[in-house]
Ligand binder design. Structure first.
Ligand SMILES: NC(=O)c1ccc[n+]([C@@H]2O[C@H](COP(=O)([O-])OP(=O)(O)OC[C@H]3O[C@@H](n4cnc5c(N)ncnc54)[C@H](OP(=O)(O)O)[C@@H]3O)[C@@H](O)[C@H]2O)c1
Length: 208
């Protein structure tokens, strides 16, 4: 599929690089044609402006700092139904809380014609470069077709999509990222925090 990126930084490089290897066509969109071009040459993509990448992508990865994300998408023209992957985290690196508690919803409010899916915000770009096979990737969104498509892109990394609910729950993924980063930075290990469902709830999960 055709994928655009808004941003030519670490996340764009890690994710777009893997998607190109999986056979997708990518346009790296940047505010600087030179920097977008440098990344595009490195990973075998084409390069363009932010608007050109938005128009190119059947799906577009928003990979700019959280503090500018709303302004960046607000400055672009989007087709109705445009699928936008939001991987941003507004983590405050002083105390590992969130400066903005609900980025995905803020982005969705700024471009209500888009179908926003939160994904890839829980792990660092180094993980996406070479994700462990079967790694669960929580995704949140309100549109089933958009979730299916992003789920395919998750599988192209060798990972497994984990449906984590509608876009209103994306704020929980953002908070989880802040929680995990704070634990990792302090030398802790988050891997053992969540038991399997049988242990969490007994033999019958709630709601089943
Ligand atoms: N890095 C990670 O491990 C990681 C993991 C999970 C989520 N995230 C999230 O992913 C997003 C991107 O992170 P990153 O690590 O890829 O950042 P990065 O390497 O710093 O790259 C940021 C990109 O955003 C562009 N940019 C900055 N300000 C802009 C503006 N005002 N208008 C247009 N473009 C602008 C930069 O363009 P220039 O090159 O022109 O400066 C650069 O291409 C962030 O929201 C972050 O919270 C990152």
């Amino acid at each position: 599929m055709r994928i655009g990126t808004l941003g030519n930084g670490l996340m764009a490089e890690a994710l777009a690089g893997r998607w190109i290897k999986a056979g997708h066509d990518v346009m790296i969109g940047g505010r600087s044609r030179e920097r977008a071009g440098e990344l595009a040459r490195r990973i075998g993509a084409r390069a363009g402006s932010l608007q050109e990448a938005m128009e190119y992508g059947e799906v577009v990865l928003l990979a700019v700092p959280a503090e500018v994300a709303v302004a960046v998408v607000s400055g672009l023209e989007l087709e109705p139904g445009q699928i936008l992957i939001d991987c941003t985290n507004a983590v405050n690196h002083q105390d590992f809380t969130l400066d903005e508690p609900a980025m995905a919803e803020a982005i969705s409010r700024a471009v209500p014609q888009a179908r926003v899916v939160k994904a890839f915000n829980l792990a660092a770009e180094t993980v996406w470069q070479d994700a462990p096979h079967g790694l669960g990737v929580p995704i949140c969104g309100d549109d089933a077709a958009a979730l299916d498509l992003v789920g395919e892109l998750v599988r192209d990394l060798g990972c497994e999509p984990v449906h984590a609910g509608g876009l209103r729950r994306a704020r929980l993924l953002e908070a989880t990222a802040a929680l995990a980063i704070g634990i990792w930075v302090n030398g802790g290990d988050v891997r053992g925090m969540f038991p399997p469902v049988e242990i969490a709830f007994g033999s019958v999960p709630p709601g089943s």
